[in-house]
Design a protein around this ligand. Structure first.
Ligand code: ADP
Length: 541
């Protein structure tokens, strides 16, 4: 609460005390002509009064002086000195000037902090003593009355002034607070104005109370500020949801949610802009919703790209894979003795080649899709109770024919009897196992491929060991990288994309496990991956 008081304005009081001194000085000059005072005393008084006038004229025309709090006592001490000297020179008429002490004591009571005021009153008491030393001015009890008078007046006035001083102090504090708040407000406005995101603030009636430049730019609105302020947000931000027009602020007003994110469209005659909005309610003092802050950005480009990518994924997975699976199926059927198809050995060779190529192509499409999904963080898990042993057995079965053709011994070893059922994603585990077994058979010319399922402390470990060419130390650090294929001629002569092991690592980690290898050149390789017995929360999603 601010009270405008006559004596609460620091600057005004300073000027008043200056004017009081000046009028006192002028009055003295007039009095001089009427009082019977000797020439020397008159001359001295004129000198004193003229110095007061010069002092006041200088001091009170320079704000740097009269507004300087450090110098605030200087002028008053100067007046006390002047009054004292006049009293000393004027002799019996000194009591007239004693009145100026009183005026000073009254005005100063409203200006100075207690300790400064005490100094000034003490200076007056000293002044009274000095003035009374004059041999012409000895009146009994004069000193005691005067000192008593000054002290009593100062105490009474000080009590009266306390309220005024308190208000003055509070006002000063308030003024600094207000200046700081205004500065903060200005900074915040500049900050909000420079944001790339659009922003609106609305009151509880949906009327816009603030917006930034980006808001108008994103919405392509050209209008002066006063045409936007107080408008309904739904007239400016005409958001359309999946089921038609939808107010951007509907949720926070209805449900009091701390923050609400949403995607909307805005339909212009010539284009559609997609917006991502974030609306936070503004909570008033009594917990009621008193408005909302709406941030939004244009995500048209991102959304369009996302849609194109999703479309491509759909085409790649269905439109490409389905006919290929049909081709592979028929070729497989032709190769199956049960089909009783008739062809010579040369034709069989062609069919086998076509069959292998179609399988590779299907694998390639699957791999590419897995990589795309992994990179877009779209690898979703289908968690269920999983019997790892069963999955690995199935996977092994798929490769038995290939092993037989290459005359490689393919076997499955169980390091422990009971492999526990775990929560995981069976399709992903099979994809990992297939990649490792497929690689082992692909790169091994003779010998064996051994799949082993074992247990570690908190994990199941599945390893695939082959007697193939092995991998050099340098390549071992790189094999799990995307598109890596060894320069070694032995592995180069086989087909492949370099995506298999990258997928093994990505999927294993997605399932909460680890993938790695041990290998000795010309002896063989052992690739392994682990699966945690307990899925942690991150992988469950
Ligand atoms: P691709 O098999 O399609 O080439 P991978 O990511 O599965 O891609 O393998 C990357 C590379 O790692 C292979 O090209 C090969 O050089 C090496 N590699 C993978 N598995 C084995 C293995 N069992 N023995 C020897 N080298 C291997």
């Amino acid at each position: 609460m601010e009270r405008k008081g006559f004596l609460t304005d620091y600057k005004r009081i300073q000027v008043i005390s200056g004017l009081a001194a000046l009028s006192g000085a002028i009055m003295t000059l007039i009095i001089l002509f009427f009082l019977p005072i000797n020439y020397i005393d008159k001359r001295n008084i004129i000198i004193i009064v003229v110095s007061v006038i010069i002092f006041v004229a200088i001091f009170y025309t320079i704000p740097a002086l009269y507004l300087n709090k450090k110098l605030s006592m200087v002028s008053d001490l100067f007046y006390i000195l002047a009054i004292t000297l006049v009293m000393k020179n004027i002799g019996d008429y000194g009591y007239i000037y004693f009145t100026f002490y009183m005026i000073l004591a009254a005005v100063d009571a409203f200006i100075f902090p207690a300790y400064q005021y005490a100094i000034l009153i003490s200076a007056m008491c000293v002044g009274i003593l000095v003035a009374n030393i004059s041999p012409d001015f000895i009146i009994q009890n004069q000193i005691i009355y005067q000192i008593y008078g000054v002290l009593t007046l100062s105490i009474i006035l000080r009590l009266i002034a306390r309220d005024a001083l308190l208000i003055k102090e509070r006002k000063e504090v308030l003024e600094t607070d207000i200046t700081e708040l205004e500065n903060d407000k200005r900074e915040i406005r500049i900050l909000l104005g420079s944001l790339a995101e659009g922003m609106f603030i609305v009151d509880e009636k949906n009327k816009i109370t603030f917006f930034n430049k980006s808001a108008l730019e994103i919405l392509n609105v050209i209008a002066p500020e006063d045409k936007i302020i107080s408008r309904d947000i739904n007239d400016i931000l005409k958001t359309v949801g999946p089921n038609g027009p939808e107010s951007v602020t509907k949720d926070p007003f209805g449900k009091l949610e701390p923050s609400r994110r949403n995607d909307f469209r805005i339909i212009f005659p010539d284009r559609v802009v997609k917006l991502h909005t974030n609306v936070s309610p503004v909570i008033g003092e009594r917990g009621e919703v008193s408005g909302a802050i709406i941030f939004f950005r244009d995500i048209t480009k991102e959304k369009n790209l996302e849609e194109q990518r999703a479309e491509f994924n759909a085409i790649a997975s269905h439109e490409l894979r389905s006919p290929l699976s049909v081709i592979e199926g028929y070729l497989f059927f032709l190769l199956d003795p049960a089909s009783k198809a008739k062809y010579d050995n040369v034709t069989r060779g062609y069919i086998e080649k076509a069959h292998d190529a179609s399988r590779e192509l299907i694998q390639l499409i699957t791999d590419v899709l897995t990589v795309v999904k992994a990179e877009n963080n779209e690898l979703e898990l289908n968690i269920s109770d999983v019997d790892v042993k069963k999955i690995i057995e199935k996977s092994k079965k798929e490769y038995e024919k290939q092993a037989e053709i290459k005359k490689i011994k393919l076997e499955l070893v169980l390091a422990v009897k009971n492999i526990p059922i775990i929560k995981s994603d069976d399709i992903k585990i099979k994809e990992i196992a297939n990649n490792l077994i497929g690689n082992a058979l692909k790169f091994t010319e003779k010998g064996s491929v051994t799949i082993e399922i074992g247990m570690l402390e908190n994990e199941i470990i599945i390893s695939v060991t082959d007697t193939g060419p092995g991998i050099s130390k340098e390549d071992q650090a790189l094999v799990f990288k995307k598109f890596f294929r060894s320069e070694d001629w032995k592995t180069r002569k086989t087909g492949g994309t370099g995506l298999g092991l990258y997928i093994v690592k990505t999927l294993t980690e997605r399932l909460g496990g680890r993938a790695g290898l041990q290998s000795v050149v010309d002896k063989g390789s052992k690739f392994y991956f682990t699966l945690p017995l307990e899925l942690n929360n991150k992988e469950k999603k």
